[in-house]
Ligand binder design. Structure first.
Ligand code: OOG
Ligand code: MG
Length: 267
């Protein structure tokens, strides 16, 4: 079975996980971890991310799904990072469709327009294809991800952002969930609105050519950790357009053609 091979000791992994977890719970920006430790590896970063998940589970959180990040050209360009990454979603980050999120609980949130799936069978890598992933999609929903990097000015490199659970903070899954049959996920139009103004538009193909390719990439990256993706997993496939900062009072809506919409407000 594959597993991560960190270059640093478990105590160091735990120290960095505590540093980032404390920044999140304390709603504080911190310096990116590679400033102190430039030699950290990808495996170190995912080990730190996993240690943050363990901390949250111990504190009573529940794993609610997985997310992909940096899967579209717009996101890669905006963040200056070119490889897809993945993180975890916890149940306490879920915001009901149409509900209000308190800005006071976040550092410098941005919103992203995403396409979310729930799966109906277990998926295993390392050779999961987009077609296999597609066949495992039970439902498709419009989604909003609220990302909130724990790093100063939202500036990071790949290793730092992986360790920081890919900036995950909150998410809204649209109340309308539709079966994928008859949908061409590549050509689905996606519209991101703030206060009724269209901020950005895109299509499913922006996400690694096809949103199911993002699901497959997640499965294949999890295989590198010796993990499979269980049936019934919620997966956010990554921002279709660039992310946008929000202010108290802002209303945000993401509409996915033929699927539905997801909405939220900031107070
Ligand atoms: C990293 C997370 C990116 C996405 O959908 O691309 C992400 C970041 O940009 O802070 O969630
Ligand atoms: Mg995202």
């Amino acid at each position: 079975m594959n597993a991560l091979k960190p270059s640093i000791a478990q105590a160091e992994i735990e120290r960095l996980a505590a540093f980032l977890h404390d920044a999140e719970t304390g709603i504080r920006e911190v310096e990116k971890i590679t400033d102190e430790l430039p030699a950290l590896t990808h495996d170190d970063a995912y080990a730190i991310q996993n240690a943050i998940l363990e901390r949250k589970l111990k504190a009573g959180a529940r794993l609610a799904g997985r997310k992909m990040g940096l899967t579209s050209p717009a996101k890669m360009k905006q963040m200056g990072v070119e490889d897809p990454i993945h993180g975890f979603l916890t149940a306490d980050g879920c915001v009901a469709d149409g509900a209000v999120v308190q800005m006071a609980g976040l550092i410098h949130p941005k919103v992203e327009a995403e396409i979310a799936f729930t799966t109906t069978r277990e998926l295993a890598g390392p050779d999961c294809s987009a077609a296999t992933a597609m066949a495992a999609i039970g439902h498709v929903s419009a989604a909003i991800e609220v990302i909130d990097s724990r790093y100063r000015n939202f500036r990071f490199d790949l290793v730092s952002v992986i360790a920081d659970n890919t900036s995950a903070a909150r998410y809204v899954i649209g109340a309308d969930a539709v079966r994928p049959d008859g949908l061409d996920l590549r050509t689905l139009g996606v519209v991101l609105e703030k206060n009724g103004d269209v901020l950005a538009t895109g299509a499913g193909a922006a996400v690694l050519g096809h949103p199911a390719a993002s699901l497959a990439a997640l499965v294949n990256m999890l295989a590198a950790q010796g993990k499979t993706l269980p049936s019934g997993t919620l997966v956010m496939t990554g921002g279709v357009t660039e992310a946008f900062a929000v202010q108290p009072g802002d209303s945000v809506r993401v509409t996915v053609q033929g699927v539905g919409s997801a909405a939220m407000r900031f107070a």
